[in-house]
Ligand binder design. Structure first.
Ligand SMILES: C[S@@+](CC[C@H](N)C(=O)[O-])C[C@H]1O[C@@H](n2cnc3c(N)ncnc32)[C@H](O)[C@@H]1O
Ligand code: SF4
Length: 475
């Protein structure tokens, strides 16, 4: 869903007032994560708003598609969406409008996207696109302010496609994709970026080149190949679709939007990191990494009925942490007892530097989740490795767009915002913060005024500390 391209394609926040609010919230999020705080005063800077928990397809390893998900199918109503958007969208850099189902099955999706995009949150929809789309609906989606539409198409021919996307109509999908690309060109729009996302399995790995040719013919902005999760032949749980057997294609992400993204030099961090390749996010934590879950500080999952879950790997309703309507506002919901217990359990097992509080030093990959007694799904995290790619790519994207005033704050005291392990996870962008050009950035009086004004009414005193760092700079 654009994860690989994200650090280069996320646009900057244009409005200075919105930029100040979003980066103030981002700085507080980093500090709370660094400190291992249980109660937090910031909002997520990234959120999944799942408007439709139902699907018309039967993809074999998808819990919705194979019917194993424990969550009722439903659609989000406008009132809930408005309450959510008003409260939290101004703080978001990213909003993912899909998770446990097919978002295009929501008839008013374009209205919800427009509301959130109006707050300059970059919205992303991942869709099977196997839905009849009238020209009017295509136009409404294209005009909604949507940032990226990622089409899940795991094959370049009808026969190959149908093996994973069971019940999908390849001809309809390709027709929709080509139609969206043509209309977008006619409308002269830069966004939404149109991405073809191709999950690689053993049965479709021979169609990489054919997909590249089709994506170019259609004039798509991005093409991403990603290894599809599947079980090997002979495994008791296998579903007739098996893992890819070839190495990953040399260019897993390509397309004109990606090329243009690599060439961006709009910010100091983009200029200082030009041409430097970031390491592929590691699938496993390294020795010395803290056992802290980044999701609990940067994101969350909102379902159509107002249920609030911690992350995208815990999708069953019995793993939800709370409901939005049980709290006066979003911040209170994000500090519901289950969130506090999970954050505290992670922090208790680690001193923030990878050392266990009992004196030992165990690699985080030795345990799944807190390994403790939060009494939540985090005790037995279903997929601890999933957070690495998600968190790293999002933070890289936001750091690369960071305005000079916020670079000055981060460069003045990086140890207040980042964990030691982040140096390994984000070496390119954090390396830029240590460069003389970043350390010598001048103060920005307008930004300081905005930050002081935000700090005056914000419950977290750490925002005043950020303003002090902006005023003083690198000592
Ligand atoms: C559950 S789907 C929901 C959105 C939409 N229905 C779709 O398929 O794009 C969310 C993401 O999971 C991906 N997905 C489905 N099966 C997968 C698998 N076996 N391995 C990795 N990702 C998978 C989809 O391609 C999509 O990007
Ligand atoms: S199209 Fe998406 S939600 Fe539907 S079954 Fe496939 S992966 Fe799951």
């Amino acid at each position: 869903m654009g994860d690989l391209a994200l650090p280069h394609i996320l646009p900057r926040v244009r409005d200075a007032r919105r930029e100040a609010r979003k980066y103030a919230n981002f700085l507080l999020a980093l500090r709370a994560r660094r400190a291992g705080a249980a109660r937090v005063a910031h909002h997520p800077f990234d959120l999944t708003v799942d408007c439709a928990t139902q699907c018309q397809l039967h993809c074999p390893y998808c819990a919705v598609g194979n019917g194993t998900i424990r969550r009722k199918p439903s659609l989000m109503d406008a009132a809930l969406h408005e309450r959510l958007a008003a409260d939290v969208a101004p703080d978001l850099f990213l909003a993912w409008y899909f998770s446990a189902g097919e978002p295009l099955l929501h008839p008013r999706l374009h209205e919800h996207l427009a509301r959130t995009a109006g707050e300059e949150a970059f919205t992303v929809v991942s869709t099977n696109l196997s839905v009849p789309l009238s020209p009017a609906r295509q136009e409404a989606l294209l005009r909604s302010g949507l940032g990226m539409l990622s089409a899940s198409v795991d094959g370049a021919s009808a026969a190959t496609y149908a093996q994973y996307r069971r019940g999908g109509d390849f001809a309809l999908v390709m027709d929709n994709l080509a139609g969206l690309a043509r209309r977008k060109r006619e409308m002269g729009l830069q966004f939404p970026l149109l991405e073809w996302r191709f999950l690689l399995f053993a049965h479709n790995q021979h169609e990489v080149d054919a997909a590249r040719a089709l994506a170019t013919d259609m004039g798509l902005d991005l093409l991403e190949f990603f290894p599809g999760y599947a079980l090997p032949p002979g495994d008791p749980g296998e579903q007739g679709v098996h893992p890819m057997t070839i190495p990953m294609p040399r260019r897993p992400v390509s397309g004109p939007a990606y090329e243009a993204g690599l060439a961006r030099r709009e910010t100091l961090v983009q200029r200082l990191t030009a041409g430097q390749a970031a390491p592929t996010p590691s699938p496993a934590n390294g020795p010395g990494d803290p056992r802290r879950c980044d999701w609990l500080y940067h994101s969350g999952m909102i379902y159509p009925d107002g249920a609030f879950g911690p992350c995208c790997v815990a999708t069953d309703a019995d793993d939800d942490f709370t409901r939005l309507d049980a709290h006066p506002d979003f911040g209170a919901a994000w500090n519901a007892p289950a969130f506090l217990r999970s954050r505290a359990a992670f922090a208790a097992g680690d001193d923030g530097n990878g050392k266990k509080r009992d004196g030992g030093c165990a690699p985080a990959s030795d345990v799944s989740g807190t390994g403790g007694a939060a009494g939540t799904v985090c005790d037995r995290c279903p997929l601890p490795v999933a957070q690495e790619l998600q968190f790293v790519q999002k933070v890289r994207a936001i750091l690369r767009n960071t305005p000079d005033w916020a670079v000055r704050i981060l460069a003045a005291a990086p140890e207040e915002f980042f964990l030691p392990a982040d140096q390994r996870r984000l070496p390119v962008e954090l390396g830029a913060l240590r460069r003389p050009e970043a350390l010598a950035l001048p103060p920005c009086p307008d930004a300081l005024t905005r930050l002081r004004a935000l700090a005056a009414t914000h419950p977290d005193p750490a925002l005043a500390r950020c303003a002090d760092l902006l005023e003083r700079g690198h000592a």
